[in-house]
Every structure is written in C-alpha cells, then in structure tokens.
Ligand binder design. Sequence first.
Ligand code: ZN
Length: 454
Amino acid sequence: MSEGNSSVLEELAQLLGENGIRQQPDDYLPEVVLKPETTEQVSGILKICSAAGQPLIPIGGKTGLVSGHVRTGDELGLSMERMNAIEEIDVTNRTMTVQAGCILQVAAEAAQEKDLLLPLDLGARGTATVGGNVSTNAGGNMVIRYGMTRDMVLGLEVVLADGTIINSLNKMLKNNTGYDIKQWFIGAEGTLGVVTRVVLRLRPHPRSQNIAFVAVDSFTNVQGLLHHLDSRAGGSLSAFEVLWPEFYDYITREESTHRPPLPHGSPYYVLVETQGSDESGDAEKFETILEEAMEAGLVSDAVLTRSQSERNALWEIRDDVLAFFNLGFFVPFDVSVTLDKMEDFVRDIRAAMKQHEDPICVIFGHLGDCNLHVFLGSRNVETFDSDAVEELCYSTVERYQGSISAEHGIGIAKREKLACSRSPEEIALMATMKKTLDPGNILNPNKLLPEAFT
Ligand code: ZN
C-alpha cells in the first residue's frame, strides 16, 4: 500500500470506525474491505476515494461468474454486508424495499411470509445479494415468466462516484417522467454507481406447480412445443429447460445418483413447468396441454410428476451442473442465440468440438429465454485449450448475432470480447456514460469495458 493510500485509509477509518474496515490478505480479492452501515457512509467513502483517485470494487455475495469482484490492482473492497436490512414489505402496493447487502434468499423468504413472491431465483440464492443481483441484472430459473432482475426493480438508491446520493426509490409500475435513471445502474456491474437500496416488485405467490419431463425428437418440435405451451398455458409457463443428450446421459448414467425419468437416446429432453393459482384445475389443464402436444407429435415421450419429491428429483437433474466438474476441464459459457438460429449454432459448435481430442461438449439452457449454457473443453488436461474453445464459442456467437453473455455479465472474463456482441458505436456510448458518471475511473475499473476504452 502506497503512502497516499495510507492517508486515505486513515480518513476512511475515521469515517467508518474500527468495525467498518477489514483487512484480508488475498491474491485475488481486495485486501482492504470497507463495510459501511449507512448510505451516508457510502457517500462519505466515495467522496474520500474520488478526491484521492482511490479505486473501489463494490462487493455483494461474490457469487458472480465473470470475476467482477476480483481486484486488478490496489482497489479497496466496498462490501454491502452490513447494509442487509429488509426495510419494508408493502403488502398494499406489493413491493419490498431492501438494502443492497440483503441475501436474495432472505428477501425471498420474507416475501413468502406475506404470501408474496419475489420472482428471482438462482443457484447462489443463499449467498448472492440483492444489490449484486441488480448490478449484474441476474437471470435464473423464472425469467421466461417474470423477466430478469431488471423487470422487477421499481426503484433504486444509488451513490455516484463523487458521493452524490440519487434517491430514486420509486414504487409505481408506471412512471414516465423522463430518463429511467435506475436502468443505467442495473447490469452496470458497479462501474457507474454503488447501489445501496432497492425497491422490488412482488407478485402473488403461486398456488400450484406442475412439472413434466419430456423427450422431443427434433429441434423443430422443441420450438413447436415451446410455442404450444406458451399459447395454451395462459402465461403460466414458468420454466422450459432443454437438455441436450450429452447433459442428460451423463447426469443420469448408471453410476449417478439421479434416476433417468425417460430412456436415453432422444436428441432433446425438456423440463417443463407451469405455476398457477388453482391447484386441482391447473393439474388437469397441464395434463390436457401435454396430451395435445403428444397428439400433435411434438413430444415423443413424457413423464408427469405427482409428488413434490418427484418434482424435486426432476429439478435436481437440471440443476446438478457441478457434476460436470468431475468430467474434465472446460470453460462454462453463458450465451444467447435467437431460437431460429439455435439449432445451427449448436450444430456448428458440436462439429468443431468433434475435431478436438477427448472433447467435452455439454449443452443445456433456458430455451424460452434464448439462453444456452455451453461447457466446452477436454477430458484430458493435456489437450485442454481454453483459448481455442473461447475463440470457437465467441466467433460462432458473433456469426449468429448472439450475445456473449446472457445472464452472467462481462466482468474481466469477457471484456475484450464485448465487440462480438456490441457495435463500436454502442461501446463508445457506454464509454461516454462511464466517463460522465465516473470521470476519475474509480468504480470497478478494468471491468466490463474493453481496455482500449478505459
Ligand atoms: Zn442459467
């Protein structure tokens, strides 16, 4: 730590008190972490740091997958862990106001206690924070029905790089009073401001959940099934998760703890879920819709679940992504490609991977959201070439005009690939926003924008 830094630290220690700063020697994370308790303290921190040109990394649950919270130099950490309160659940307006450090699962459970749904759910729910979810515009398992984080944020409180507090804690669904300021900070990965409080839109808690696991014999029929369910389920379709056979066969192989609900050998498997408000009526309707799909030839085989344990078992197959880490060495990609181009995209990726030695090519995704997760690599560390699979994946995404990040963000991991999915004019406009809101480049520098633009 340089001398300049030590006087900054003294000022910060005075502002935050003894319990407000933590030191943690670490190769990747900030070694000094600030832990404000109030928005005013966040503002004070930013005033001190912007005057001194001291960079900061806003920190949530550190569950992001693109190294957005990893340090690149002598950045200080700005952890929201002590600003974790649920300030209000407004049952009349169906909103909740939480501080940025509130754990997602804690917020979701508090909403559920009021018989309301916070419709954001993802694997890291027990560690991820709402502020982090906002800053990364997190996706997850219910996007097809409720949208991404962006779609459930009604208002924000944000502190700008110079310490200015922007109170934009709107609760109304409609508010067309000029620029929608909150959108600038959602998905900005902490590069434009520090999110301190969030107003979230809540929904009625669903009363019924129906799940089926189906086999489909062509991609045309996968598309047809999605459209059939979308139009017949009256807006209640809450998941459409497609597993390619490399995923399904491995997860339900003989030595695995997961039982295969359907025989191996189908080119596509789909986990389908609806959530509704009428327990008995919904189950009947769901069955009818699936029968129609079978009669139309969209589905070649299906199992319907009867019990909660069966439902859980099906979701566990979809969610057991960690099992692949025993398979070998791979890069986990998170990309989007429109539905009409997806079959060709997958075909090209698979064909290219066949040229590799001991290839790993596992594909699954939230198909209703155009989002694929693609694991590309090798079973053998000697033949694993991460640069080669990155080049393959991103160039193929670019060729099909897809997105190199569907729901994980850019961070450090993808900043130099941004141009695969964004035009030079778009990136230049982003850089202009960054320079305007953070002229000293102190907020999460070296993230999101390519180096040439910072
Ligand atoms: Zn996902």
